[in-house]
Design a protein around this ligand. Structure first.
Ligand code: CA
Ligand code: CA
Length: 66
């Protein structure tokens, strides 16, 4: 799975449909998707991926997951 494919996949987990991925939504996506990077990033990794600390994972920050 490429980063772009993963980003598209994440959009499906935008549970409140606000167009942004919150930390909770990302954590949920990781839990459901399992394999792709669950073994690379812990919950603490999810926290650190929010580089600007606004509580949402922007597209540019998603790329940092790869
Ligand atoms: Ca959302
Ligand atoms: Ca952010």
């Amino acid at each position: 799975m490429t980063v772009n494919e993963f980003t598209t996949c994440l959009k499906g987990f935008d549970e409140d449909n606000d167009g942004r991925m919150s930390k909770d939504e990302l954590a949920n996506a990781i839990r459901v998707s399992g394999g792709w990077f669950a073994n690379r990033k812990s919950k603490q990794g999810v926290q650190s991926v929010d580089a600007n600390g606004n509580g949402f994972i922007d597209d540019s920050e998603i790329k940092n997951l790869a």
